[in-house]
Design a protein around this ligand. Structure first.
Ligand code: PMP
Length: 430
């Protein structure tokens, strides 16, 4: 092995679940192959160890004078600083611990100034697509681009026609369906030139690539701990403070309120105008500690090394799947587009659901089938795919495979072998 082609043995990050066995339909069992990292990734052992080391010292955050409260408060605030550094935050940025990406984007949607126009591609994940109209904003849904250049051009045209007033672009860094990378820095530049701000949905990007808010030139970043090997119920919204400080608190309650008075049957509240404004209630210190531990572990391993390993495994997987007749990978920007370790495919001769079930029951492989909370995107991709298949009636759902830093090469080899065998067999008669 050379440095340029690291082996599986020396580069895989240890995760929990390696010893889990899955029952096989024909009897017996097999080591479970978790190939659904895009939904939820397994915990890194380093994350688990840090959480376990802290757990005996668990205490209230910002709510106690005792030793453990002080310790937990320090840990929570230190975790905030660690994650902010991981994201390359600017000195004035705020970092709010939320429950997830969905929570973060809804929080931001509730914090936009009145009259904000939002721009979002109609092919986005529902978490990036839906919060804006839900919170009463005017939304321009941009049509699916078929290249990264077309994405930028589409945005530039839409912004040129926009009325004056606050504007926001929401864009996903890496697709949860195709893994394809979006031209985030270029889109953010185009947005900025037109006076619009940008929020990056980094749910699928952050586990696979470094995300630097400053270098990308975006205003906010959102991601989820459970996709970043830190499954303890926390997420992050980081970025510019002004709109957040000026907004109605996300939740009303303790912590978000600085002073509350009751007089003559009326209650008056003075809200915090710092990060606490949107963190009412007792915070999830374990979740925050887990995300910080994941950031440290990924930074310590080095993204360069992780990306090199991932790309080698991904190109092997794609070549393996492409060699099976009747298996077609879905893609918005074309087969050559840069992507992370997430891919979706359809099998001509099998419905996706039955295929995914067979992978689980007969090979112990966990994938996902369906439309992946990105219905317009998957329909667009399947539509194009059907046309390519010369008008034959195509499948209505796809199969998604996703992996990451904890995936052994054997899981991907097993998947390709399983796909080849199942396709050769054909779908069993009902
Ligand atoms: N955005 C993208 C691109 C995603 O893949 C997901 C999760 N599938 C989300 C947002 C939502 O993440 P969560 O379910 O953790 O809120």
């Amino acid at each position: 092995p050379t440095d340029a082609h690291p082996t599986d043995a020396d580069c895989r990050l240890p995760v929990l679940g390696d010893e889990v066995r899955a029952p096989l339909a024909g009897g017996g069992e097999i080591g479970y192959a978790a190939l659904d990292y895009a939904a939820s990734a397994p915990a890194l052992r380093a994350v688990w160890d840090e959480v376990a080391a802290y757990a005996p010292y668990y205490g209230s955050v910002h709510r106690g004078a005792g030793h453990l409260s002080q310790l937990s408060t320090d840990l929570y605030e230190e975790s905030r600083r660690t994650v902010a550094a991981f994201l390359g935050c600017r000195p004035d940025d705020e970092l709010i611990f939320t429950r997830s990406t969905t929570d973060s984007l809804n929080l931001l949607a509730g914090a936009l100034p009145a009259g904000t126009q939002v721009f979002v591609f109609e092919t986005e994940h529902h978490a990036a697509l839906l919060p804006w109209a839900h919170h009463g904003h005017t939304v321009s849904y941009l049509p699916a681009p078929r290249s990264t250049g077309q994405a930028v051009a589409t945005l530039v045209t839409a912004l040129a026609d926009a009325a004056p007033g606050p504007k926001l672009l929401c864009v996903t860094g890496a697709s949860n369906v195709t893994g394809e990378l979006w031209p985030v820095a270029e889109l953010a530049t185009a947005a900025r030139r037109a006076g619009a701000r940008t929020v990056l949905d980094a749910a699928q990007l952050a586990p696979h690539r470094p995300v630097d808010i400053t270098a990308l030139g975006v205003d906010w970043v959102a991601f989820s701990g459970h996709k970043l090997y830190a499954p303890f119920g926390a997420g992050v919204l980081a970025g510019r403070a002004d709109w957040l400080h000026g907004a109605r608190p996300y939740l009303a309650g303790g912590g978000a309120s600085r002073a509350v008075t009751a007089e003559g049957g009326a209650v008056t509240v003075e809200w915090q105008d710092n990060v606490a404004r949107h963190e009412a209630g007792s915070p999830n210190v374990i979740g925050a500690c887990a995300i910080a531990a994941a950031c440290r572990a990924l930074t310590g391993a080095g993204f360069e090394r992780l990306v090199a390993r991932e790309e080698e495994l991904l190109s092997g997987l794609r070549a393996g799947l492409a060699s099976v007749p009747g298996v077609r990978e879905l893609s918005l920007f074309g087969p050559q587009a840069a992507r992370v370790a997430v891919l979706s495919f359809v099998v001509d001769t099998w419905p996706s659901e039955a295929f995914a079930r067979a992978l689980s029951e007969r090979y112990g492989i966990g994938v996902r089938d369906g439309l992946f909370c990105a219905h317009p995107l998957v329909r667009t991709l399947l539509g194009a795919d059907q046309e390519a298949a010369d008008g034959c009636e195509g499948p209505l759902k796809a199969i998604r495979v996703s992996f990451g830093a904890g995936t052994p090469a054997e899981h991907l080899e097993r998947l390709v072998r399983a796909v080849r065998e199942l396709v050769a067999e054909g779908q069993p008669a009902a």
